[in-house]
Design a protein around this ligand. Structure first.
Ligand SMILES: CC(C)(COP(=O)(O)OP(=O)(O)OC[C@H]1O[C@@H](n2cnc3c(N)ncnc32)[C@H](O)[C@@H]1OP(=O)(O)O)[C@@H](O)C(=O)NCCC(=O)NCCS
Length: 168
């Protein structure tokens, strides 16, 4: 059975690997490989993930992982944007483990962390056209609010993201 827990230092490599593979599997039709590799190099190198394993509240509540039989199969993290308002900043699974509830476990975990800090509203951004992510958020009560240029993208990348929100 899968469990969800706060990540530990020794999980950094698995988290970086899952996020990088998840990223490469999710966006090839939507983003250039140069952009994909730039984002992975910025956010999902082991060194950076290691630094972000611990929480730095209220803005970052630390990586959370889903683990089964001693293997890390998914990672997520969120934090408060401002009092009362939280965001899920990252959520990826091992691409072979989608569709059996692990994403929901991780989402529930981060939602609980945000509620504990007093959040009543939760946001998440997903790339416009991300059919592996958007239907999941919509199934969990998030609604599209605004479309914005994707964080970290330039005009040449022409990448757009939806920002979704739901009450929590
Ligand atoms: C998004 C993601 C984390 C969801 O995790 P998951 O374990 O696959 O999802 P779960 O099994 O917990 O829940 C799936 C729910 O979403 C719904 N859903 C609908 N379309 C879906 C789709 N294309 N993909 C996943 N779920 C979908 C399912 O019906 C289910 O709802 P239900 O239980 O009410 O029927 C995972 O699929 C993933 O890693 N996707 C690729 C990476 C990604 O896009 N991450 C988000 C970046 S913003």
């Amino acid at each position: 059975m899968a469990v969800v827990r706060a990540a530990r230092d020794e999980d950094a490599e698995a988290i970086a690997d899952i996020c990088a593979r998840g990223y490469r599997r999710t966006y090839p039709a939507l983003l250039s490989s140069a952009f994909i590799e730039r984002m992975i190099a910025e956010f999902y190198q082991v060194e950076r993930v290691s630094k972000e394993v611990p929480a730095a509240p209220p803005g970052w509540l630390g990586y959370q992982v889903a683990e089964e039989d001693g293997r890390v199969l998914g990672a997520a993290g969120g934090g408060l944007l401002r009092p009362g308002v939280g965001e899920l900043f990252v959520l990826y699974l091992d691409p072979d483990e989608r569709g059996r509830g692990l994403g929901t476990l991780l989402l529930d975990r981060v939602t609980g962390q945000l509620r504990e800090l007093g959040a009543t509203e939760m946001w998440v951004a997903a790339l416009d056209g991300n059919e592996l992510g958007i239907p999941f958020y919509e199934a969990r009560g998030f609604r599209k609010v605004e479309r914005r240029r994707t964080y970290g993208s330039t005009e040449a990348d022409n990448a757009w993201s939806w920002r979704f929100s739901r009450p929590i």
